[in-house]
Write a protein that binds this ligand. Structure first.
Ligand code: PRX
Length: 714
């Protein structure tokens, strides 16, 4: 297992040299390789190294035909890639297909009675729903008939969903896909106002919601948010015409919000008229938008990432097959929320396109205890598991030894969403995977449709903390601020970019094409008239470092870099160092404005259960950061808190603690999963700072804006 990676010592040496302002300093040490279990490659979808050659740059863009051929087309494409309106890339021009047919209808003959979805409700004694492909087909068609005849939805219309993890969400998505209607799902944990703003932006007049859902043991009122959504959409000039309400418990209504006559309707009642109806699938051009997925930029209007039908579906199908090693007979569980791109691509479209069984879970990982995910895996025979580092950290914190109590076996495990600290990776490998699973750490973004950086589990070894090289057909590069390439093995970090287009890339920002070009392509383009894709590297906004073996290590958003006396330090490596301290479960580093050095670092940590806050732990954290990175990153203070302020998707809201550390306004905390903890943290931190004699610094407008947006990009 343990081979030392090439060039490690050299990289370390170089990293210790001075770095210029154009670069981000890196102090990470190289990690060892891990190999998948011996029997893995024999059954893997990608086990012949010839695949690497087939997807090498000289075969671009034809290499992606392999992905397109995994789909069923009504008409094959004439052109693979059209670059004439760069950087608005067009894939599979002339091709026609339907995404719902590919995810449902085409499996009916061979696998109609096999489960497409297994839905696990949060209450542990509630009945699990097994939905076969035939049943999914029936549900999707009936809802599509309702959308067609009752709502009058047509090709190209936008329908917004504000749905949590209920099986009606994929049903609603696939019904839209069947009709060529563009769906726009807003994460269920977002506020009604956020949903309404997205409706306004998409000019969407139909809202699909649910009355209530279970979360952490409670039946939460959700329909109530529709009232705020309608208000917010109205402010943006959109009058919502219909609110369609699924009911979590059929026949019952669990919301304080009144149903408005003529506008709000219970879907289960309406569906009575559409029983057994079928809707002819629309044969859509490959380039037709399939859905919008909003992501928040640092400031201003949300960005509606517009994803295509043919390009997107081919990309998620191909990457699901090769990187998650999904076979039709697997039971695959992506423990994420469909309200994020991960769920769209890797709970719904990718796995269903491959005809596998995809598991959905309604609730939180630790309900009623930290053994729940492993009981689900055991009960359902899950053999592929996919989740985010934040969930892994939470499960490690609350139930480090829980996995061994359950009899399940994972052949592959995926992580996604943020850099995973090597320590956490090792727990995932050893405890969750029982040392027997191949881990794919998948780096990508809402904008990208599917994975961009990862290891092929049957062919490339894993390395904790690194996502791996570019995936098949993706050629990444790291540029410094001046556009100079930073070579692999130099130990220096820079901006992670992708040199080429790929089928899963989003088509534009809905209604904001200039912003699309400006945000993602303008930075490294020297000729705006060029139609050659080589002139248009995609700027991801992430910082990264490439090792001598070609593996990338992602440092996080470049906006999250803390600039101490001209040294740009990646937040993630400070946090990784802090988490090496045995008692620490989670860490977040934030900048504090400092007269002398510009910014200095402060670190917040939450402890594993059974440990009490102490000066000694604070000192250990400080010493570890000093050791791993150097005195430049030594925190001014280490704050031990009971929990971090987090979004509903589990990301730490660094801007909130940054505001606390800087005596600035914490801003709106209502979208947090745990807003109640903020006051306690503020009182504890600020009173201690004042008693130590710290004088709150008067912040400039620029500093205030920086703090308010710190770590905000999602
Ligand atoms: O900073 C990177 C981080 O998450 C960002 C994208 O977030 P979002 O659009 O919400 O999509 C998340 C799911 C694809 C990236 O810019 N990120 C995502 N995956 C990883 C990651 N950072 C490190 N390693 C990853 N595997």
């Amino acid at each position: 297992m343990a081979e030392t990676t090439e060039g490690a010592a050299q990289a370390q040496e170089i990293a210790e040299e001075e770095v210029s302002e154009a670069q981000i300093a890196v102090h990470w040490r190289e990690e060892e390789y891990y190999q998948p279990p011996e029997k893995f490659p024999a059954q893997a979808n990608a086990s012949d190294p010839a695949i690497l050659e087939r997807f090498s740059e000289e075969h671009f863009p034809e290499c992606f035909v392999e992905y397109a051929e995994m789909l069923e087309w009504d008409k094959k494409w004439d052109t693979i890639l059209d670059t004439s309106n760069a950087p608005f890339w067009k894939w599979w021009i002339g091709g026609r297909l339907n995404a719902c047919v590919n995810c449902v209808d085409r499996h009916l003959e061979a696998r109609g009675e096999k489960n497409a979805l297994i839905w696990v409700p949060e209450p542990e004694d509630a009945e699990i729903q097994e939905i076969t492909y035939a049943e999914l087909h029936r549900r999707v068609n009936e809802f599509a008939a309702l959308l067609r005849d009752f709502v009058g939805a047509k090709v190209g219309d936008r329908v917004t969903f504000h749905l949590p993890m209920v099986p009606e969400l994929p049903v609603s998505m696939l019904a839209c896909a069947r009709m060529g209607v563009i769906h726009s799902e807003v994460f269920g944990g977002f506020s009604g106002t956020a949903c309404g703003q997205r409706m306004g932006d998409a000019e969407s007049k139909i809202l699909v919601t649910v009355d209530a859902y279970y979360r952490n043991g409670e039946l939460i009122d959700h329909k109530i948010k529709a009232d705020d959504a309608i208000e917010a959409a109205r402010k943006d000039g959109i009058e919502v015409e219909k609110v369609l309400v699924w009911r979590r418990i059929p026949g019952e209504y669990h919301s304080q919000s009144e149903m408005v006559e003529g506008r709000d309707f219970f879907i289960d009642e309406l569906l009575e008229q559409y029983r057994g109806q079928e809707v002819e699938p629309e044969s859509m051009p490959a380039e037709a938008p399939l859905f919008l997925m909003y992501t928040s930029g640092t400031t201003g209007r949300p960005k509606g990432c517009q994803h295509s039908t043919g390009g997107y579906l081919s990309y998620v199908t191909g990457t699901s097959k090769y990187y998650q090693d999904i076979h039709p007979d697997d039971t695959y569980w992506c423990f994420a929320d469909i309200g994020w791109i991960t769920g769209h691509s890797y709970i719904v479209y990718g796995p269903l396109s491959l005809g596998t069984t995809s598991v959905m879970y309604e609730g939180v990982p630790t309900y009623p205890d930290a053994g729940r995910p492993w009981r689900i895996a055991e009960k359902l025979g899950v053999n592929i598991f996919h989740t985010a580092p934040t969930t892994i950290r939470m499960l490690r914190k609350l139930g480090p030894n829980e996995p061994e109590k359950y009899n399940y076996h994972f052949k592959t495990m995926t992580t996604v969403g943020e850099p995973i600290e090597p320590d956490v990776w090792r727990w995932y490998h050893e405890f969750v995977g029982k040392g027997q699973a191949a881990i794919t750490d998948t780096w990508w973004q809402t904008e990208n449709g599917g994975f961009l950086g990862s290891t092929l589990p049957g062919l490339q070894p894993m390395k904790p903390g690194s996502c791996g090289p570019g995936v098949l057909g993706i050629y990444p590069v790291i540029f410094d601020e001046n556009g100079d390439e930073i070579p692999g093995g130099s130990g220096k970090a820079g901006n992670m970019c992708i040199r080429n287009p790929w089928p899963g890339i989003f088509q534009t920002i809905w209604g904001q094409p200039e912003r699309f070009v400006e945000t993602y392509y303008a930075k490294y383009n020297n000729n705006p008239d060029s139609q050659d894709w080589r002139d248009w590297p995609y700027f991801s906004g992430d910082g990264a470092v490439q090792a001598a073996d070609g593996y990338f290590r992602i440092l996080g958003r470049v906006d999250d870099v803390i600039n101490v006396a001209g040294h740009r330090l990646g937040t993630k490596e400070i946090e990784s160092a802090a988490i090496e301290v045995e008692e620490v479960a989670e860490a977040a580093a934030v900048p504090v404005v400092d007269e002398v050095r510009g910014k200095i670092v402060e670190v917040y940590v939450a402890l594993k259960p059974g440990h009490e806050p102490s000066k000694e732990i604070e000192q250990k954290v400080s010493a570890q950061i000093n050791k791993d990175i150097g005195p430049i990153a030594r925190p001014k203070n280490v704050w031990i808190v009971a929990d971090m302020p987090k979004t509903r998707s589990g990301k730490i809201m660094r801007r909130v603690i940054a505001a606390v550390s800087n005596f600035a306004d914490v801003g709106d905390v209502t979208t947090l999963a745990n807003p109640e903890i903020v006051d306690g943290i503020r009182q504890h931190v600020q009173s201690e700072k004042l008693s130590k004699g710290e004088v709150p610094k008067e912040l400039t407008e620029k500093e205030k804006a920086e703090i308010a947006s710190y770590g905000q990009a999602e």
